[in-house]
Write a protein that binds this ligand. Structure first.
Ligand SMILES: Cc1cc2nc3c(=O)[nH]c(=O)nc-3n(C[C@H](O)[C@H](O)[C@H](O)COP(=O)(O)OP(=O)(O)OC[C@H]3O[C@@H](n4cnc5c(N)ncnc54)[C@H](O)[C@@H]3O)c2cc1C
Length: 385
């Protein structure tokens, strides 16, 4: 590890890794420190990537190295026991696909491989311990495989999923636990998935069924109280209960893999910048996975920050004016995406008739008005570009 960098990125998850790759080969001194010593190959989650995100990963040269990629050709949204259903299709958007579903571990592995051959100082088994920010640089204490190192950087980027926010007294974090868990599993039907991603608002919780390989990657939101029961169901009971909540639009559900659960919460900050520091990805905001937007939004954080860094004269990287510009640039996209996702959950959570009616009207409007539908789909695919 060197004594000084232009940019020091903390966290080599998909968002921090994407930022590092965007900055590589540009004549800047960039370091990426990642606490894990190896790629998390055992993370079972599927990520639905918008077409915009896939396109960016192609430009980074990592897309072709992501092992399994299943196209999303149609998104089908519906709600149980109420009016309203909408289909968004790739033909209407004139795109080869609306997006792709990939395995979290495969994406991580492809990014990791690309970093190994980049000019980024990429340190694994390296954990940020302490930060101090001064007017002209940030000072970081990093534990690199058991040895303590001090380094400085003009700009420190926290992309660590939010684990070091407490080190920055200027930043306040607001958390709200949804008191829900996402139960995830691989599910197979008696017919091919046809490239359809389903979003179903059932009475037992929102259900996302993303096409992955031959089957579906399921994300089934459950209350805290219900989740242990659902996890304990045997395969037959799980399939029967899921079929009942989801209906038969994907065919008869015939097989389910091992189940696991993630706690769900909303986390936001009073500001995504502090003196000499920018926060991106889950460090800046963590949202419910119901709409599959967390990584897509985090990637847009990384790309906007990279664009600013690369257009700012080197001595001014990380100064107050640059950080202010970054903060302003990200506000609208982050607020709209977080607000939209949170609204979906609250509509499910509270369940009053008028909210269900609002959702019915919204879905009908999307179904009947092609202009509105294209605007909405465009927002989901590209953010506020
Ligand atoms: C069940 C589930 C399904 C999801 N589905 C989707 C989806 O379909 N589409 C979508 O867009 N998003 C989805 N998401 C959200 C997505 O997973 C996250 O938004 C994304 O992983 C955030 O990436 P990140 O790089 O910001 O953070 P993380 O993935 O949390 O990575 C942070 C990294 O920082 C490292 N780190 C932490 N502390 C330190 C430290 N002190 N020093 C050095 N390194 C450190 C960690 O080891 C980790 O590698 C889903 C989430 C869940 C839980």
């Amino acid at each position: 590890m060197r004594d000084h960098y232009d940019v020091l990125i903390v966290g080599g998850g998909p968002v921090g890794a994407a930022l590092a790759l965007k900055l590589q080969g540009q004549g800047l001194d960039v370091a990426l420190v990642e606490a894990r010593a190896s790629v998390p190959g055992d993370d079972p989650r599927a990520l639905a990537l918008s077409w915009g995100s896939c396109d960016e990963l192609m430009q980074l040269g990592v897309w072709q190295h992501v092992a399994q990629r299943t196209p999303i050709e149609t998104v089908h949204v519906s709600q149980q026991g109420a009016l309203g259903r909408v289909k968004l299709s790739h033909e209407e958007m004139q795109l080869p696909a609306l997006g792709y579903v990939v395995n979290f571990g495969d994406l991580h592995a492809a990014l990791h491989q690309a970093l190994l051959t980049s000019d980024v100082d990429y340190l694994t088994g390296a954990q940020l311990q302490q930060v101090k920010t001064l007017a002209h640089y940030a000072v970081a204490k990093v534990d690199v495989n058991g040895a303590s190192k001090m380094t400085t950087a003009q700009l420190l980027v926290l992309a660590d999923g939010g684990r070091s926010v407490e080190m920055l007294p200027q930043i306040k974090r607001y958390s709200r636990a949804y008191q829900q868990q996402a139960v995830i599993a691989d599910v197979f039907a008696d017919k091919p998935n046809g490239g359809v991603a389903y979003e179903r608002f059932s009475q037992s919780g929102p259900i996302a069924m993303l096409p992955r390989g031959e089957g579906f990657a399921l994300v089934w939101t459950q209350t805290e109280a219900n989740a242990p029961t659902v996890l304990a169901w045997d395969d037959a009971t799980f399939l029967q209960q899921l079929q009942q909540a989801f209906g038969d639009r994907a065919g008869k559900l015939v097989k389910v893999g091992p189940r696991s659960a993630f706690p769900l919460y909303l986390r936001q900050l009073n500001n995504n910048v502090a003196q000499r520091v920018a926060l991106i990805g889950n460090a800046a905001q963590a949202l419910h996975p119901v709409a599959g937007q967390g990584f897509n939004l985090g990637l847009r954080d990384a790309l906007d920050l990279a664009k600013l860094i690369l257009t700012t004269p080197r001595p001014r990287i990380g100064d107050a004016a640059m950080l202010q510009q970054f903060s302003q640039r990200r506000r609208l996209d982050a607020n709209l995406t977080v607000g939209f996702t949170d609204l979906l959950i609250q509509v499910f959570d509270e369940h009053p008739t008028w909210l269900q009616l609002t959702r019915s009207v919204g879905l009908l409007a999307l179904d009947l008005l092609p202009g509105v539908r294209r605007f909405f789909t465009n927002r989901m695919i590209f953010g506020t570009k």
